[in-house]
Each structure stands twice: as structure tokens, then as C-alpha cells.
Design a protein around this ligand. Structure first.
Ligand code: PMP
Length: 389
């Protein structure tokens, strides 16, 4: 049995080219980028070069728009709290779609406890945000609206340009969590009209331990991490040079290879979807066409996601059931509830995120394993016994 890893949204292997590129920053060029000697300067150059490669991936105005953080969670926290605190004189209202990652929703809930108004924006059954509702809730006091480029659990790509136009007609800033989309589909922060954008190294086949926040020139942001004043005073703490250098190289490679890789993955994704949907009472979650090239997500009636994950693992196929980040709770995914699924429907989900190791030969193996898993679990499920009688 060869391993088929289909959980790239939770964690990706580091690209070996990236690893080779970044290795010296753990060994020979290990300097602190804030020091002035030659070993420190080597590290500083690597950080600045990485900034420039990341700016190119998202077509940012210049490299100074990129701030490094420890990961996407920190970048999302910085975007939400950093803008809310700094722009309090303009208003105290923040908005997020109901399907944002918890690292956006929880800082907004925290702001709410401290006197801000937090409004969630509904999405339709395919996960697209309700633009009419957005238009109606925006006000001059809306200092931040956060809508993700694409959702990590259901693969739906949001109409960011339309959202940006609406936000800027009335409100102040648009923040976009692009963790799931970056390196998969082209992103142009200038054309898309984005003020702040979150990226994660590991979601680009880079090392874990680095993330980035794009901050458009002129956007007012306050630091939430205080200390030695690194990253122009906006994010203190000694830079993780290995992870940052690796992230830049990963972004450079993704920029070059993205189109070719998407063209390769789309037919594999579509074939997987077609085959898995032949299973009785199986449904695609997310948008059928406006979805990420590497993303196939489903729900199966009468069974339960954790059992699906564990059964698939017995075939050495790794899948996810909703968000890996919140799987410690037994609550169904907030994303699946937001697209209108009932609790029992939301429990039976399986998310496949394809990657560079995925091939067309995997499709029959994965669909056969899924079919056997679903049939086996349904035989055991009290819910499905009721359905049959
Ligand atoms: N945003 C999205 C869309 C995510 O999928 C994740 C998790 N990979 C995060 C933010 C947070 O990333 P991390 O846990 O690496 O900080």
C-alpha cells in the first residue's frame, strides 16, 4: 500500500528545493538580521530577498508592504486587532464572513468584548458571501471587513474584486485571508483592491513557522507584538530567518509553477469528484465551479467525519474532516453550518486537498476506499438503519 496524502490544507511537506535553499540559515548564515556583522548581514539580505519574492507572488506595490509573522494566525490577529486599535477614531465596527478561519473570527469576538461591534456576513449554500447583505451592513464606522480569498474547508473562491468595490464605497479597509488560495490561483492585491492580505509559508510548501501580512502603503496599523521593534516596529521579535527565507523561495517557485500545477490538478480533482459522487447519498460541499484547483470536499449522509478519516487512514489515505485547526472540539464545522447544513449533515464531511504528489492513478484507489469506507460505516450507523427501515 503506498501512502496517498490528501490533506495538504492541514500541512504540506517542505519542497526539497526550498529546504536546500534555506538550510544555510540554520547553519552557516545563522546570524540575527538586526546585527551589523557579516553573518547578521547575510541573514538580513535573505529576509529582504524573501520580502521581494513574496511581493511578486501577490503583485504588491513593493517589498516594504510585506511584514513577516510567525504564521497565518498571527498575521490574521495583527490585521484584525492592529487596524481596529489604530483606527478607532474612525469607527468601532468590524465585519467578517461567517466562514472565516477562527484566527479572524476569534480576534473579532475579542474586540466585541471590548466595546466594538462585530457583524458576521452570511454566505449562500455554495459558500459565496451575500453581497447585498454586505452592502446593507457597511457603514462609515466599518473600519475592517475580512473576507477570505477562498475557503479552506469547502474550496469556494470569493468574488474579491466585487467585495472590494463595495467595502471601499462605504467602509475603510478590506482584509483577505489568502492562506488557502495563494500559490494555487493568481492573486493581484492591486487589481483586486486589497488593503491587507494574509499568507502562510507552509501552505506554499515552505517551512512551518513563518507567515506574512501584506499591508498596502498608507494603511494604518498598530503593532500587537511589542518588543525590540523589528519589522518597522510593527512586529517585534527576532526573525525566523530559515522559515522566512524558505517562504520566499517557496513563493518564487509557486509563482513560476502555479499555472502548470493547476492545469495538472484540475482534471484529477474533477475525476475524483465525479467518481465519489456516484456513492449513494453523497454530496459535494462548496461551489461546483468557483473552487480551488486542488480542492474536493464532500458530505455523506448517516455517517460521521472522524470515522471516515480513521477508516481512510487504514488504506494509508490521509484526508480531513472539516478544519484541522478546530477538530479538537466535537462541534460540527462552523463553515458547514454557515452554508446551511443541519448538525447531523455537517458531521459527515470529508475534505480532500490535492498536492504535488497527487496523480490520476490515485483516483480509482481513493474512490474505491471512500466507497468501501462509506458502506462499512453506514452498516454500523444507527442513523442509516433508520433510513433503511
Ligand atoms: N487561515 C486559513 C484559511 C487556514 O486554513 C489556516 C490554517 N492552515 C490559518 C488561517 C491559520 O494558519 P496557522 O494555524 O498556520 O497559523
Amino acid at each position: 500500500m503506498t501512502r496517498i496524502y490528501l490533506d495538504h490544507a492541514s500541512s504540506m511537506p517542505i519542497d526539497l528545493r526550498v529546504y536546500e535553499f534555506a538550510k544555510p540559515f540554520l547553519t552557516s548564515s545563522h546570524g540575527n538580521p538586526s546585527t551589523l556583522h557579516s553573518v547578521g548581514l547575510e541573514a538580513r539580505r535573505a529576509v529582504e530577498e524573501s520580502r521581494s519574492k513574496i511581493a511578486q507572488l501577490i503583485h504588491a506595490e513593493n517589498e516594504n508592504t510585506i511584514l513577516f509573522t510567525s504564521g497565518a494566525t498571527e498575521a490574521n490577529n495583527l490585521a484584525v486587532k492592529g487596524t481596529a486599535l489604530r483606527n478607532i477614531s474612525q469607527g468601532k465596527t468590524v465585519v467578517a464572513s461567517a466562514i472565516e478561519h477562527m484566527s479572524v473570527l476569534n480576534p473579532m469576538k475579542d474586540l466585541q468584548k471590548n466595546g466594538y461591534t462585530f457583524t458576521t456576513l452570511p454566505v449562500d449554500a455554495s459558500g459565496i458571501v451575500d453581497l447585498k447583505k454586505l452592502e446593507s451592513i457597511l457603514s462609515k464606522q466599518t473600519i475592517l471587513t475580512s473576507i477570505m480569498y477562498a475557503n479552506n474547508e469547502i474550496g469556494t473562491i470569493e468574488p474579491i474584486q466585487e467585495i472590494s468595490t463595495l467595502v471601499h464605497e462605504t467602509g475603510l479597509y478590506l482584509h483577505v485571508d489568502a492562506v488557502a488560495a495563494a500559490g494555487r490561483i493568481p492573486i493581484d492585491v492591486q487589481k483586486d483592491g486589497i488593503d491587507l492580505l494574509t499568507l502562510s509559508s507552509n501552505d506554499l510548501y515552505g517551512p512551518p513557522g513563518a507567515g506574512a501580512l501584506y499591508v498596502k502603503p498608507g494603511v494604518k496599523l498598530q503593532s500587537i507584538m511589542l518588543g525590540g521593534g523589528q519589522e518597522r516596529g510593527l512586529r517585534s521579535g527576532t526573525e525566523n530567518v530559515f522559515a522566512i527565507a524558505g517562504m520566499g523561495e517557496a513563493a518564487r517557485i509557486a509563482h513560476h509553477e502555479m499555472q502548470q500545477e493547476s492545469t495538472r490538478l484540475i482534471p484529477i480533482r474533477d475525476r475524483l469528484i465525479k467518481e465519489i459522487l456516484t456513492i449513494d447519498q453523497s454530496y459535494l460541499t462548496g461551489h461546483p465551479t468557483h473552487r480551488l484547483p486542488h480542492h474536493a470536499s464532500f458530505r455523506f449522509s448517516y455517517i460521521e467525519g472522524e470515522s471516515i478519516l480513521l477508516n481512510m487512514d487504514m488504506y494509508d489515505i490521509q484526508v480531513s474532516t472539516g478544519s484541522a485547526c478546530s477538530s479538537k472540539t466535537l462541534e460540527p464545522s462552523h463553515v458547514l453550518l454557515a452554508i446551511g447544513l443541519k448538525h447531523e449533515e455537517a458531521h459527515g464531511s470529508m475534505v480532500l486537498t490535492l498536492g504535488r504528489s497527487t496523480t490520476m492513478e490515485d483516483v480509482p484507489i481513493v474512490s474505491k476506499a471512500t466507497n468501501e469506507t462509506v458502506q462499512r460505516l453506514r452498516k454500523l450507523s444507527p442513523m442509516s438503519q433508520e433510513w433503511r427501515t
